[in-house]
Write a protein that binds this ligand. Structure first.
Ligand SMILES: Nc1ncnc2c1ncn2[C@@H]1O[C@H](COP(=O)(O)OP(=O)(O)O)[C@@H](O)[C@H]1O
Ligand SMILES: [Mg+2]
Length: 357
């Protein structure tokens, strides 16, 4: 049956889509540019000594952007603070964004162990939504208050079958470039819409895990949500375009442009973080040589807020000494002291500005 907006689209075609619908010169031109940007990013990644530096900080920005596509809002400051603080009672939206980060992290572990499969997909969803259910057995629809634009397939059996096909396509050793596959997989996942909510965010976590699995990047650091947020109307329009008129070409090009822009921006951030790290090392070494150690400075870059227990747990200093170190760094203008309840948090202001700009 042809697609009708208000009837479950049980005839959503299985993957792969016909190449005639996407294999064009324009796609390959965009693919070449996106691949080049990815390769440059991958090659440059090792300059960051501690991978946690990038992962923690970038993941939180991604969590914020991806959630904001779904109208779940928090601020960079609340997020980084809540992440570092052990006592702060974050608001529900901030908590939801923090869970997105954990979902990504745990999904990554699972991907490394077993690859992307149904259990990984359900776990990512459960973590984001803080729920225990899985594939839905009830109808959902997409649209706004006035108009239904798309009704995903229903229910359990059919969703399960389509997801299985999705997993097989993701695993298949075919001749389709992984970036194009990611674009195809993302549309299909959203069109299946297997859960009652959280499908957008789960799908965007799967994007980065897929790229990691395909070896286009060694660690999950390529986050498309900022781009998608900036061009959100196109994102919705082009997803619908595939359903309504099999316009895979426009959708794939959109995703390739997202990859290129994001890889370039991530590379820029990486270089800026690296430069700031080295300036900070120099400054501490020359102006506070007595407290300098490389581990101390590295610790200031794992996340924007630092605190005494991070230094203690990192084996860098005892409690008393750690407090002296951090206060010296405040005197040097590298950190800013902020009280959250009765906890002292130390903000690496320049890193924070760099990440949240
Ligand atoms: N016409 C469409 N066809 C398929 N998927 C769509 C369409 N429009 C929007 N989407 C996807 O649905 C997501 C929203 O689904 P939802 O389950 O609410 O996810 P979340 O709770 O993470 O927002 C969007 O982010 C987008 O990826
Ligand atoms: Mg939602």
């Amino acid at each position: 049956m042809a697609f009708q907006p208000d009837i479950p689209y049980n005839d959503l075609p299985l993957l792969p889509p016909d190449k005639a619908n996407w294999e064009t010169l324009a796609v390959y031109k965009n693919l070449a540019e996106a691949r080049a940007a990815m390769a440059e990013l991958k090659g440059r990644m090792p300059i960051i000594p501690n991978p946690l530096m990038l992962i923690n900080t970038l993941v939180l920005q991604e969590a914020k952007e991806s959630s904001s596509i779904e109208n779940i809002f928090t601020s960079s400051d609340k997020l980084y603070k809540a992440f570092a603080s052990s006592t702060m009672d974050a608001d529900p939206q901030t908590k939801e964004v923090l869970r997105y980060r954990v979902a990504l992290y745990e999904g990554w572990q699972q991907q490394q162990n077993n690859g992307i499969d149904l259990s990984l997909i359900e776990n990512v969803y459960r973590k984001i939504k803080d729920k225990n259910d899985g594939i839905r057995d009830s109808e959902v629809y997409l649209g706004n208050r006035y108009k239904v634009v798309y009704t995903p397939p229903c229910c359990y059996e059919i969703l399960n079958e389509k997801l299985k096909n999705w997993v097989e396509f993701a695993k298949a050793n075919d001749d389709i470039d992984p970036l194009i596959k990611m674009a195809i997989l993302h549309y299909q996942f959203e069109a299946i819409h297997p859960f009652t909510d959280g499908n957008g965010r789960t799908g965007r976590v799967l994007n980065v895990l897929y790229l990691t699995q395909a070896g286009l990047i060694d660690k999950p650091v390529l986050y498309l949500s900022k781009f998608i947020n900036a061009f959100k109307a196109d994102y919705y329009r082009l997803l619908l375009g595939v359903t309504e008129s099999s316009d895979w070409e426009a959708w794939v090009i959109y995703m390739l442009k997202a990859v290129k822009a994001t890889a370039e921006e991530t590379l820029k951030k990486l270089n800026q973080i690296f430069e700031l790290l080295h300036n900070t090392i120099e400054k501490v070494r020359t102006e506070a040589g007595d407290i300098y150690s490389r581990e101390l400075v590295d610790m200031l870059f794992v996340q924007p807020y630092c605190k005494i227990s991070f230094l203690v747990n990192g084996g860098i200093a005892s409690r008393n000494t750690a407090s002296k170190y951090l206060n010296r760094l405040v005197d040097l203008g590298i950190l800013e002291l902020e009280k959250v309840g009765n906890e002292s948090l130390y903000l690496n202001r320049q890193l924070y500005d760099l990440l949240s700009e």
